[in-house]
Write a protein that binds this ligand. Structure first.
Ligand SMILES: [Zn+2]
Length: 340
């Protein structure tokens, strides 16, 4: 694996170092999508504030019925507490509304990301406001938290947030570092156990072949992010499911403002189908396991989304709507092309 810092600067999505590009099988999505017709998907890690209405429509059309948006960094360092407040408010407010307008149930996790834990004066202030958001409706966990550079400050605020999760009786969503991942993952799990947190309440994210066995052996949930053009491709995901089975494994897109794919889950499901993986295994790793893990929050009622959401685009949020002047509410996309 080679580190290429120039590319890292250009695309620091999920703190990722540049990795060797792995050629992916041409999924021919349009010609294969009928294989997953009627399947439902739950994306437990996607940053919708960075995505467009086209993404929401494509996700809904591909069978994604619900998602979790973890609090994360926004691509550049925040300079004050107000931007954290506004961001957390959007996760429990406007973005949830926007998602509902496309028929997708929106949940979120709230936390201070590891990278910004290194700005200690600001991190201290964020710790004070987190409880104001952790108890809000639709918040299904503390996340995404953990390590980036594995500094002392990151450890300090990770530990503080583990205690908050215990107090609020919320699952923990752990971001594992892309650099020195194995050590960072082990350290994240050891600290969670040290704080007396039951591993069945902890979702360890961004796993790979190096980390998965230990995560599962210790009783944690193992989440996998499918990144386009990087090492954790969906072919490798298929092999992991073939090797370990579906128990406590879940797939996510972690799509954000960088190069990423909001349809990573349905596309991976297609590839699993093509490789002869059973429908039940696919259902577990692309839908049910994520629900089981995060439902411990008491905030997920599957009847809200299992039969689809009613879409009413005439609704408003604080007087604001997703529609632009002159547009008619239309959930079926027939009005997407506006011709005067
Ligand atoms: Zn993320």
């Amino acid at each position: 694996m080679c580190l290429n810092h120039k590319e890292f600067e250009q695309n620091p999505s999920h703190f990722e170092e540049s990795e060797e590009v792995v050629a992916q099988t041409d999924l021919s999505w349009e010609s294969h999508r009928s294989l997953i017709q009627g399947m439902r998907f739950f994306d437990p890690h996607i940053h919708m504030v960075s995505r467009t209405t086209d993404d929401y429509e494509a996700m809904r059309d591909a069978g994604i019925v619900a998602l979790i948006e973890p609090a994360f960094w926004v691509g550049q360092p925040r300079t004050g507490l107000s931007t954290f407040k506004d961001y957390f408010s959007s996760l429990v407010g406007w973005e949830r509304f926007r998602s509902s307008q496309f028929g997708i149930k929106h949940y979120c996790t709230i936390g201070l990301n590891s990278r910004e834990a290194n700005n200690e004066p600001l991190a201290e202030q964020v710790m004070e406001i987190l409880p104001l958001y952790l108890y809000k409706e639709g918040v299904v966990g503390v996340g995404e938290i953990g390590f980036d550079d594995q500094t002392a400050a990151e450890e300090k605020y990770y530990r503080m947030q583990l205690e908050m999760a215990k107090k609020a009786k919320l699952p923990v969503q752990i971001h594992t570092p892309h650099r020195d991942k194995k050590r960072g993952t082990e350290r994240s799990m050891a600290i969670a156990l040290e704080h007396g947190i039951d591993p069945s309440w902890v979702i360890v994210d961004h796993n790979n072949e190096e980390t998965v066995k230990s995560v599962l052996d210790q009783g944690f949930w193992a989440a996998f992010t499918i990144y386009p053009f990087t090492k954790m491709s969906n072919e490798r995901m298929v092999k992991i499911v073939e090797q370990y089975g579906p128990e406590r494994i879940m797939v996510n897109s972690a799509a954000d403002w960088g190069i990423s794919d909001p349809l990573a889950i349905p596309k991976t499901a297609v590839l699993m189908k093509l490789n002869g993986i059973s429908d039940e295994t696919i259902r577990l790793v692309t839908y049910q396991n994520a629900i089981d893990a995060f439902a411990k929050s008491g905030q997920i009622d599957v009847s809200d989304f299992e039969n689809g959401l009613t879409i009413d685009q005439s609704q408003k949020f604080n007087g604001n709507t997703i529609l632009r002047g002159g547009q008619e509410p239309d959930a079926k996309k027939t009005n997407t092309l506006i011709i005067k």
